[in-house]
Design a protein around this ligand. Structure first.
Ligand SMILES: Cc1cc2nc3c(=O)[nH]c(=O)nc-3n(C[C@H](O)[C@H](O)[C@H](O)COP(=O)(O)OP(=O)(O)OC[C@H]3O[C@@H](n4cnc5c(N)ncnc54)[C@H](O)[C@@H]3O)c2cc1C
Length: 352
C-alpha cells in the first residue's frame, strides 16, 4: 500500500463530481477524482434541463463547455395530451431561455476534460473507492482500488459524488432523513437520423406514462419514457418492451423511428427513491444524487447536482482554502435552494 495526500478527493466523475472538481480547483493544490465506470460506457441517465439548468451551468462557469458538446437548443415543444396536440414556445426571458439535452457519454467526458484542464486535477479511472478512513470522528481519506492495487490516500476534504446508489454515504454516516419511494420507471434510448425538427422537443402525456423526445446532437435524439409502476403491473410486460411498443405506436414518433435508427439499447432505472441526506460532516461533503436524489420524472436532477456543487464552491471560496473550511449549515442552504424542485417532484411522485 502507498500513501498519497490530496486537498480534495472526489468520488464519482460525472455531472456532480466533475463539476465540483472544476469548481474547487482554484482553491486547491491537488484534487483527485476517482470514478469506477469506464468513460465510454452507455450511461442511461438522461440529461435534459431547461432555463434554470442553463443558469446553474453558467453559475459554475461551465455553460460554454456544455454548449461546445454540440446539442441543439430547443425553443419550444409539441405536446400531445391525450389526443390533443398543442404547440408551445418557451417564454423568452433572457439569453438562457432554451431547453437542451446532451447525451451523458458526451457531456460527462467533456466536464471531466474541463476539470483536468485546470492543471491540478488528476483522474483515476476506472478506480473504485472501497473504504473510508476516519480518525477521531473525522474523515481522513479513502482506500482506492486502481489498476488492481489497493491504495491508501488521505485528504483534507472527501467529496462523495458517487450517485444515488452510493455505498460510501454509509461509511461517512450520512443517513437519509427523508425518503420517498417512487412508482415511476424511467427508460431511454438514443436514435439518429429521425425526420424531426431539431429546434423543438416532443412530449406525449398519457394515462400513467410520459414520452419525451429531445434532439441531443447532430442528427441525434434521445427518447425517454416515464412509466408508472401500476401500468407495468397491469400489462405484465417488461418495461423495455413497453418502451418499444409505446414509441412505435406514438403517432408522432412511430413514423420517425421507422425512418431513423436506434443507436443504443434501452436502458434506465425503476424502484428509485427520492432522498435527502445531510450535505456535510467532519471532513466530508455530498454533491449530486449521492446526497439529494430527485426522481427523474421532472428532469431536475442535473440542476440539483449543479446547485450542490455551487453551494460547496461558494463556501470554499469564502474560506479561501480547503483545509479547515467551515462546512456547517450546508444542508439547510441546499434544501432551501432546492425547495421548489423537491416539492414539485414529490407532488408528482407521491401526490396528496
Ligand atoms: C433514466 C434516468 C433519466 C434521467 N433523466 C434526467 C433528465 O432528463 N434530466 C435531469 O436533469 N436528470 C435526469 N436524471 C437524473 C440525473 O441523471 C442525475 O441527477 C445525475 O446523473 C446525477 O449525477 P451525479 O454525478 O450525482 O451521479 P451519477 O451520474 O450517478 O454518477 C456517479 C458516478 O460515481 C461513480 N461511482 C459510484 N460508486 C463509486 C465508487 N465507490 N468509487 C468510484 N466511483 C464510484 C459511478 O461509476 C458514476 O460514474 C435521470 C436519471 C435517470 C436514472
Amino acid at each position: 500500500m502507498s500513501t498519497d495526500h490530496w486537498d480534495v478527493v472526489v468520488v464519482g466523475g460525472r455531472i456532480a463530481g466533475a463539476s465540483t472538481a472544476w469548481a474547487l480547483a482554484p482553491y486547491a493544490e491537488r484534487i483527485l477524482v476517482v470514478d469506477a465506470s469506464r468513460a465510454t460506457a452507455f450511461w442511461p441517465q438522461q440529461s435534459t434541463w431547461d432555463r434554470t439548468g442553463n443558469l446553474a451551468w453558467a453559475e459554475l462557469d461551465l455553460l460554454d463547455t456544455v454548449l461546445a458538446c454540440g446539442a441543439p437548443r430547443t425553443y419550444g415543444d409539441t405536446q400531445r395530451i391525450g389526443d390533443e396536440v398543442v404547440e408551445r414556445v418557451y417564454p423568452l426571458e433572457d439569453g438562457y431561455s432554451y431547453r437542451m439535452s446532451v447525451a451523458r457519454e458526451v457531456l460527462d467526458p467533456a466536464l471531466l476534460a474541463a476539470a483536468q484542464s485546470r492543471g491540478n486535477v488528476t483522474v483515476w479511472r476506472p478506480a473504485q473507492v472501497r473504504d473510508v478512513t476516519t480518525d477521531a470522528g473525522r474523515v481522513r481519506g479513502v482506500t482506492v482500488r486502481h489498476a488492481g492495487v489497493d491504495r491508501e490516500v488521505t485528504c483534507d476534504l472527501l467529496v462523495l459524488a458517487d450517485g444515488r446508489l452510493s455505498r460510501n454515504v454509509q461509511r461517512v454516516g450520512a443517513t437519509a432523513y427523508q425518503v420517498i419511494e417512487s412508482p415511476w420507471f424511467a427508460l431511454l434510448a438514443y436514435y439518429e437520423n429521425l425526420p424531426l425538427p431539431t429546434d423543438r422537443s416532443y412530449f406525449s402525456l398519457q394515462d400513467r406514462s410520459v414520452l419525451i423526445c429531445t434532439p441531443c446532437g447532430d442528427k441525434q435524439w434521445c427518447i425517454a419514457l416515464d412509466l408508472h409502476q401500476s401500468l407495468i403491473d397491469a400489462t405484465g410486460r417488461h418495461p423495455a418492451r413497453s418502451y418499444d411498443r409505446m414509441v412505435r405506436d406514438d403517432p408522432h414518433l412511430g413514423p420517425a423511428v421507422a425512418a431513423g435508427r436506434r443507436t443504443t439499447t434501452v436502458g434506465g432505472a425503476g424502484r428509485m427513491r427520492m432522498l435527502r441526506r445531510p450535505m456535510s460532516g467532519p471532513g466530508w461533503c455530498l454533491v449530486g444524487d449521492a446526497g439529494y436524489h430527485l426522481d427523474p420524472v421532472t428532469a431536475q436532477g442535473t440542476r440539483a447536482a449543479l446547485v450542490t456543487a455551487r453551494i460547496l464552491r461558494d463556501r470554499i471560496a469564502a474560506a479561501g482554502r480547503i483545509a479547515g473550511a467551515d462546512l456547517t449549515g450546508l444542508t439547510a442552504e441546499r434544501d432551501a435552494a432546492l425547495a421548489e424542485d423537491w416539492a414539485y417532484t414529490a407532488q408528482i411522485v407521491a401526490p396528496g
